[in-house]
Design a protein around this ligand. Structure first.
Ligand SMILES: C[S@@+](CC[C@H](N)C(=O)[O-])C[C@H]1O[C@@H](n2cnc3c(N)ncnc32)[C@H](O)[C@@H]1O
Length: 354
């Protein structure tokens, strides 16, 4: 933002940053009202849209003005509102369910205690809701659905990117550790018809995944197993996938999960880790912001820098064989169990060496 002479106007900059709260709330409200889906069916007048969404017309007009200012909708010359390209991403089948979650009490309330989390290093979510995130979700099915749908919306792009980026041709059996409701496995098994998959998850996610696998006609090739990755990880799989799992845990816990996966896939297997990379170059980064989300939600859980990930893999007896970006917040790290006997172990260049 410049003042015309090319320099940044600090007051405008700060006010515009603070207005982020209003924008996030406006976008989340639009998504939860179903506004993007209603306009995706065709342009509408204010009154028609208000009737369809059961809203007060003048309040809806105020919301639409803010959305128009962000190029999400546009008021046409005939007075009807239409959805613009970025607004289409807020439909339920795209990022709409993520938008609903972000502005919901579940996604929003604990953030008012961010300063407390920064002071203590502890999870504001656990303070606010009386239980760590995943235990709270186990006990609150409606909130669990809201959270899981948000994660699915967020994760779908990464699932497709993983199927594009990694050659599963030589893989046979893939275990998705903490794979939510199984969206990643559905994408992989649809793309690679020779693959078999298994999901390891908490009970509620397993119930939903089983139904999803059956609906997708994948039940014969894909199963869902209730389990705790701190207790046991089943063997018999040549690939383990851990997508946005290790960032929820401190180093000792993350190492324990990774080491178990390393043992489960055996010497020739691969452990595919998908995580964001923290950057320390002063630039705006979604992963750096997601790192604050991890602080609020999980306390000691955090995103990691290259050296931190390198140390984590080494502690879990894994070596990194490849790394590439998948999305704005996800990078694929292909690792394999470290084998001292393996001849080429020392010849692989470190993919994270800048
Ligand atoms: C941030 S979500 C990531 C979901 C999925 N991998 C993705 O990227 O879309 C973390 C997942 O870990 C699961 N989880 C948490 N604790 C677990 C445990 N002890 N054992 C198995 N799964 C667990 C949660 O239920 C949740 O679905």
């Amino acid at each position: 933002m410049t003042d015309g002479a090319g320099s940044i106007d600090p007051a405008r900059h700060v006010l515009s940053l603070l207005a982020g709260k209003w924008l996030t709330a406006a976008i989340s409200a639009a998504a939860s009202l179903g506004l993007p889906d209603a306009l995706a069916r065709g342009p509408k007048s204010l009154d028609a849209l208000a009737r369809e969404l059961a809203c007060d017309p003048s309040a809806l007009a105020r919301l639409l003005r803010v959305l128009a200012g962000e190029a999400l909708v546009r008021e046409r010359a005939d007075g009807e509102f239409e959805l613009l390209e970025a607004g289409r991403l807020l439909r339920r089948e795209a990022l709409g369910r993520l938008a609903c979650y972000v502005g919901s009490p579940l996604g929003w309330d604990a953030w008012s205690e961010l300063a407390w989390s920064v002071r203590t290093g502890e999870s504001a979510f656990a303070k606010r809701h009386g239980a760590p995130l995943f235990e709270f979700l186990d006990r609150n099915p409606a909130e669990a659905t809201l959270y899981n749908e948000a994660i699915d919306a967020f994760a779908q792009r990464e699932a497709v990117a993983l199927a594009d980026a990694y050659d599963f041709g030589a893989a046979r059996r893939v275990l998705d550790v903490g794979g939510g409701r199984g969206g990643l496995l559905q994408t992989l098994l649809a793309r690679f018809p020779h693959l078999e998959g298994r999901l390891l998850e908490r009970p509620a996610a397993v119930r939903e995944a089983r139904e999803a696998f059956a609906r997708a006609g994948l039940a014969a090739r894909c199963e869902a197993q209730v389990g705790d990755f701190f207790e046991a990880i089943p063997s018999g799989f040549d690939h383990c996938v851990l997508k946005h799992i290790v960032h929820s845990w401190d180093d000792d816990q993350a190492t324990a999960i990774l080491a178990r996966c390393a043992r489960a896939v055996g010497p020739e297997g691969r452990v595919l880790v998908i995580e964001g990379l923290l950057v320390r170059d002063g630039r705006r980064s979604l992963t750096n912001m997601l790192d604050l989300e991890m602080l609020v939600l999980c306390g000691p859980g955090h995103e990691r820098t290259k050296p931190e990930l390198r140390r984590l893999f080494a502690a879990a007896e894994l070596e990194l064989v490849d790394s590439q970006p998948l999305s704005e917040t996800g990078r694929l790290f292909v690792t394999r169990p470290r084998g001292d006997a393996r001849d080429d172990a020392r010849t692989i260049p470190d993919p994270l060496r800048a």
